[in-house]
Write a protein of this length. Structure first.
Length: 184
């Protein structure tokens, strides 16, 4: 037979093996295993000229403007009581409480709400700097806070882009003996 076309007879298994071979030769390689570093997140804020960071799990919310009811006969760092969605929240000037200068409420001031030991408090800070992420391995128990009033509430620090971020402990503030001594 002149001009006869010969067709190669293949089994389904042979076809699958041929497809597998073609797929392996033309496929992209799998990505290499990359070690992922664990991260820690906190809320950056400022008291006076000091930038700090608080563990995110210690912050329940951030308030901007709330109507405060003044309380007579209390320390100057007690700003008043706020009604936040039906819950009474004492609002404390954080700088005034820990021995610094009293904060002056401005458009950048915020109230950070912290809960601990069944107590809630709104802590006034000069500015909230936003969420920050750090590698866990960059934590150090050392910090460069010279202000002793602030340093007593700092548990360590993170270094990032040449800036040190001291970790401020809101729970330690709520446990601070002066926190409950509000009477003037």
């Amino acid at each position: 037979m002149v001009g006869a076309l010969t067709v190669k007879q293949t089994t389904p298994i042979e076809l699958l093996l041929e497809l597998e071979l073609q797929a392996k030769t033309h496929a992209s390689p799998l990505p290499q295993k990359v070690d992922i570093k664990k991260t820690w997140q906190g809320l950056g804020f400022r008291i006076g000229a000091v930038n700090l960071i608080a563990p995110l799990e210690q912050v329940s919310e951030i308030l901007t403007e709330v109507q405060l009811t003044e309380i007579p006969g209390v320390q100057s760092w007690v700003k008043g009581i706020a009604n936040v969605r039906g819950n009474l929240l004492p609002v404390i000037d954080l700088a005034g409480l820990i021995g610094g200068t009293t904060a002056i409420m401005s458009s950048r001031s915020r109230i950070i709400v912290a809960h601990h030991l069944g107590m809630s408090a709104g802590l006034v800070v000069d500015e909230v700097l936003g969420l920050r992420s750090f590698f866990v391995e960059d934590f150090s128990t050392k910090h460069a806070i010279e202000n002793e009033q602030i340093a007593q509430f700092v548990s360590g620090s993170y270094q990032q882009h040449g800036q040190q971020w001291p970790v401020f402990d809101f729970q330690a503030v709520i446990e601070y003996p002066g926190f409950k001594q509000v009477a003037a």
